[in-house]
Structure formats: C-alpha cells, structure tokens
Design a protein around this ligand. Structure first.
Ligand code: 5AD
Ligand code: SF4
Length: 477
C-alpha cells in the first residue's frame, strides 16, 4: 500500500535517549511539517520513519540495527517508505550505518538537524544520502538557521537548546566525542526564540545544555579574541533572568548544571526570579572521592554537598534531583557505601540511577580489567534505590496539606478519570477535577497524599486557563 496515495505524506519520529534528542526530534518534526508532511499514527501509515538515536548509555547499536532489520521488511513491501537515521549514533558511526543498512534513505548527523526535510526530499528524488556535519565546523548560524522552524506539536511546554557539545571529559561519557566542543547559541537569538514560543502560547520552557552553567564562555572568549569590549558576565544567570522576564512565560526550567561550575549568580537568579522553578538537577555520579577523581568530575563529595547546602539556603523550597552511576570500573563496596551516605545526606527528591555501561572510545572503556560483576552492580543498584526512595517519600509527605500550583498535562495514563500535572518542583500530581481542564491550565491543588514518585491532590482553584496555541509560520530554511 502506498500511504501517500490518500493525502499528504506522513512521518513518524522515534526518539531514543535524552532530552537533547527529544528537542532534535521536535525540530525534525517541525521541519517535516513545514514541508507539508503530517504526523502518522503508527508505522503502518507512515511514509517517512525517522529514528533519532542515542549512544550515551543503552546498547544503542543493538537497538538500532534490530529496529532497522524490522523496518527493512516494511520497506521491501513498500519501497516508497523512507527511513531516516539521525542522532548521536549516526554522527559517530555513519559508515557502519550505511554498510549494515544500505536501504536507509538518509543518514543525518547531530549538527545538521536543520537539513532534515531537505534531505528527505532530495533522497526521494535522487536516492540515499549521508550528510554529517563535522562538530568542529558547526556554528549557530548553520545549525539553527531558523529558530521558528524548531516548533512542532501542541502543548504548553517547549525545550530550548541553549548550548550544544561539552568541553568536559568525564571518563564514562561519549558526549564530547559525539557532540563536539561546547557551542553556546547567541543570547539574543535565544531570548527571541523564547519570545516567539510565548507568543505561540508556550508558558513553560526548559533550557537545555550538557553543562548549562558554562553557557556563554565560548561567546565571551570569541568576542574578546575579536577585540570587542565585552564585560565578563554570568551569562547563564542572565539568560535565566531574561527568559523569566518574557511576557507569558510562567516557568523556566533548565538541565543540567555541572556541580563544579554551579555559580552563586545562578543560585541568586533562581532565588530571585519567581518564574525560575525551584528545582535543581545536580548530577552527583558517585559519592566516593576516589571514583569522582577517576571520573574526572572536578569536585569532591564534600564540595558537592557544600554547593547544595548553599543553594538550599538561598532558594526557598528547593527540590533536588540527580544522576548517579552504579558500577563505575573499580567501584569498591567502600566507594559505594560513600555514594549511599552522600545520597542520604543530599536528601534527593528523586534520582536517575544508571548501571555503568562502557562506551567504546571513552577512557573508562579501557578499564575493562576493573569491571564490577553484574550481580554486584544489580545488588548495589537496588540498595541505592531504597535510600533515594526513603528521602523522596519524606520530602513528598512533607508537602501533604499544602496548596501547590500545578500545570495540567492531561488525563493520567493509568487512570484517565483523574488529571495529571506538574508542580514548579517538577513533581507529578494526580487529582480529580469536577470539570475537564485543558492541558496547559494552571491550577491550585491541595496535596492529600504522597508516594515516592508522585503526589495526589484535590482541585482548589483554577489560576490560569490554558492559552490558545497557534502554529507560528515556519520561516523558510
Ligand atoms: N554509563 C552509565 N551512565 C552514563 N551516563 C552517561 N554516560 C554513562 C555511561 N557510560 C549517565 C550520567 C549522566 C546521564 C545523562 O547519563 O549519569 O549524567
Ligand atoms: Fe558527559 Fe561529563 Fe560533559 Fe556531562 S559534563 S556531557 S557527563 S562529559
């Protein structure tokens, strides 16, 4: 069947991995829609299937080639179907993707997402294309030629990529090798993008970067090299303030800061700007100084806890979340005991806990002789979960009886008779509503019950109805 025969061509984007990839997927969707395609409901009615790959943690290779194998039979049955592979794995392993899956129509890197629609159209006319832009030569003007083209889909929230790449060299992490050096997008372009989003009805933005606190460092250096008179300023804190001040924006979130670079100016902006949510995601990775040093994280557990205490002292009612890796090569029981202690002391509201996975090409992947046995890792992982859940439940119980502002996301997936939304602290709240409330509505909800991963509540009042989203015209790229 040629799905294109009855109406506009349809696309489906499958995202593997992190929020940066989610944002890239949104941009790809926006560009395809600007080119006249409409969203498909499943693989069955899709004419273009985009796989946006990740290589940070999971065994992405197996997943990608497994998915591609299954898509090949679809393509054999329907040669008109176009398959696109983008994201980190495509950037890193371009030749392998081509060699192992020659039927892929477009292989697209992380630095030329803006070319997605054009490449799909070109491949349709002229056959398979691989286009990867070298991270070293990418700049904002080529990567983000039109901020408006990044929009897609409904909703009151939007991601805004403020910085790509990473200048750190954490021993376990493949990001610097794939996404290249840190490049900050220009300040004014970002504020303009948030203004455009707000004009389009978006009320909550999440600023994205691998290391948001060093946002602007490269801009300042480049301006200095050009001889411009630049004042040294805490650009990330400025960005928080400027985006918080945009008319219509009620919430600004960001992820992730690096603990070694968490600056007092950032804490001050969080404390002073009401729109900046009181939620700090501060990746710990390990509580052992020995492991932190082997990871090249640039802080000790004590320093981390000091920074956290400083943030808590200044920011009212701060929720704190983290990332922790279990089973880094050479992690001893003693090292892990420190992680448990630090996690308990940090009293996290929640934590993303990861089993260490060697990424070929990273420093830690060379430490295979120090591998921690899988059963030891699994047992540690479970113990860490217990510690985090204990502090999470305590933090959540402390909220019972309070009235919180909740941004409605829609009916709960598990129980559609109740609504689900998020507080400024990013906590999921389920609550029944006598009247249906549209996604994007802000409501006051009294917390009645607490669990490790969510709260329950009752509706008190509607603060702000959902704003009407219009689709802003997508500028030609
Ligand atoms: N193995 C396990 N977890 C990893 N992360 C990054 N690389 C790895 C890896 N090789 C985790 C870190 C990081 C988060 C985004 O992913 O905790 O903060
Ligand atoms: Fe990876 Fe470390 Fe950079 Fe984060 S700061 S992206 S963990 S290298």
């Amino acid at each position: 069947m040629d799905a294109a025969a009855d109406g506009p061509r349809r696309y489906l984007v499958r995202t593997f991995g992190c929020q940066m990839n989610e944002n890239d997927s949104e941009r790809i969707s926006g560009l395809l829609e600007a080119d006249g395609l409409t969203p498909a409901t499943s693989e069955d009615d899709a004419d273009v299937i985009v796989l946006n790959t990740c290589c940070i943690r999971e065994n992405a290779d197996n997943r990608l080639y497994g998915t591609l194998g299954h898509l090949k039979s679809r393509k054999d049955a329907r040669p008109d179907l176009q398959i696109v592979v983008g994201g980190c794995l495509a950037q890193k392993d371009r030749d392998q993707v081509r060699a192992r899956a020659p039927y892929v129509d477009v292989v697209l890197g992380t630095h030329n997402v803006h070319r997605a629609a054009e490449l799909v159209a070109q491949a349709r006319a002229g056959g398979p294309i691989t286009e990867i832009l070298d991270a070293a030569v990418a700049d904002d003007a080529t990567m983000f030629p039109s901020a408006l083209a990044t929009r897609s889909g409904p909703g009151h929230t939007a991601w805004v990529t403020i910085q790509i790449g990473c200048d750190n060299s954490c021993a376990f992490c493949i990001v610097p090798a794939v996404r290249g050096p840190e490049i900050s997008r220009p300040f004014d372009a970002l504020v303009a993008e948030v203004e455009a989003l707000a004009a389009d009805g978006v009320t909550e933005v999440t600023l994205l970067g691998q290391n948001v606190n060093s946002y602007g460092r490269d801009l300042t250096l480049a301006a200095r090299r050009a001889g411009d008179d630049v004042r040294v300023r805490p650009l990330f804190a400025d960005l928080l303030r400027a985006t918080g001040a945009v008319d219509g924006i009620r919430r600004v979130r960001y992820t992730s800061p690096h603990p070694k670079d968490l600056r007092p100016e950032t804490i001050a902006a969080m404390a002073e700007v009401p729109e900046v949510c009181s939620h700090l995601h501060l990746p710990l990775q390990s509580g052992s100084d020995r492991v932190l040093a082997a990871m090249h994280r640039g802080y000790t557990a004590e320093r981390y806890l000091e920074r956290l205490a400083a943030a808590r002292a200044e920011i009212d009612d701060l929720a704190v979340t983290t990332d922790i890796i279990v089973g880094f090569p050479g992690e001893t029981e003693e090292d892990f005991a420190r992680t448990l202690e630090v996690a308990a002391e940090a009293a996290y509201d929640s934590a993303y806990t990861f089993v260490y996975s060697p990424r070929p090409g990273t420093e830690a992947a060379e430490m295979a002789d120090q591998e921690v046995p899988a059963e030891v890792v699994a047992e540690r992982f479970d113990r860490l979960k217990v510690v985090v859940e204990r502090t999470a439940v305590a933090a959540h119980r402390a909220r019972v009886g309070r009235v919180e502002e909740v941004a409605v996301e829609g009916p709960s997936r598990k129980d559609p008779s109740v609504l689900t939304g998020r507080t400024a602290q990013n906590k999921l709240v389920h609550f029944p509503s006598p009247t249906p409330l549209r996604a994007g509505t802000y409501a006051q909800v009294r917390v009645t019950d607490a669990a490790a991963h969510h709260l329950r509540g009752e509706l008190v009042d509607v603060v702000a109805p959902a704003r009407h989203r219009t689709r802003i015209p997508v500028a030609a790229v």
